[in-house]
Design a protein around this ligand. Structure first.
Ligand code: TIU
Length: 231
């Protein structure tokens, strides 16, 4: 059975190597997606980031059935704020700062209800969960070592927000030699125009950062090979 399949993608077809792939779900946290969290404190429109939730849930189910690793990141800080730069805490002069008490617990603090994953996209037992202090999922985390140890070279990327943590992580993965496929309907931004231009920028110049594709293109490929039904 072939392990490398072609996915219809931009700027040209993506070679999906199932034996060396992982799905990465970036920051699907209550603080970014639900009222009372960090994003709302920055004045963002939460409705713009919610469409990707069911898409990510479908991809997670598919990858789990295939036994391909599903990795979750959450942007959060230690309760004593020792990993929170003052500049980040003060940036934008938000109504509520990181570490302050909000309706879902202390904002973006590891272990608090608000910084945890939304139910729809939560990890299942055994999946790798990364707490990261920055936008880049490689910075100050064990992500690179985890991927190297498992011989993973293909990263399928989803999450929020497209032009912040998703784009930053994809660029940093690309610099480390990973072939990255960003799922177009599996990521969102508070600003639809930023999402649109980010998707275009990542694949410009012959795929300078990687590839993008609709989730159905990837699911179609997986489905055709494995004849699995994950609805
Ligand atoms: N504010 C915003 O668009 N994003 C973040 O602060 N973090 C992530 O993108 N996860």
């Amino acid at each position: 059975m072939p392990t490398v399949e072609t996915v219809d993608a931009k700027p040209f077809p993506y070679q999906f190597d199932m034996d060396h792939a992982a799905l990465i779900c970036i920051d699907m946290q209550r603080d970014f997606l639900l009222p009372g969290g960090f994003a709302e404190s920055l004045g963002n429109n939460l409705a713009n980031v919610q469409p990707c939730i069911p898409v990510i849930a479908k991809l997670q189910a598919a990858f789990r059935k295939l036994g391909i690793p599903v990795i979750h990141t959450k942007e959060c800080h230690k309760p004593d704020l020792s990993d929170l730069p003052t500049a980040k805490r003060n940036r934008g002069n938000p109504k509520q700062k990181i570490g302050d008490k909000g309706p879902m617990g202390r904002i973006l603090i590891d272990g608090e209800y608000g910084s945890d994953f939304i139910d729809e996209n939560a990890p299942v037992e055994g999946e790798f969960v990364i707490s990261k202090p920055g936008k880049d999922a490689f910075y100050d985390t064990g992500l690179h070592e985890y991927l190297m140890k498992r011989n993973i070279s293909n990263l399928v990327i989803t999450g929020v927000t497209t032009e912040v943590c998703v784009q930053t992580t994809m660029r940093c993965a690309n610099d480390r030699g990973f072939d990255c496929l960003l799922i177009e309907d599996g990521c969102d931004s508070y600003f639809p125009e930023f999402k649109e231009v980010t998707l275009r920028a990542l694949v410009a110049q012959g795929g300078i950062v990687g590839w993008t594709a609709q989730s159905e293109e990837l699911l179609k490929v997986i489905e055709s090979i494995w004849k699995l039904d994950w609805t």
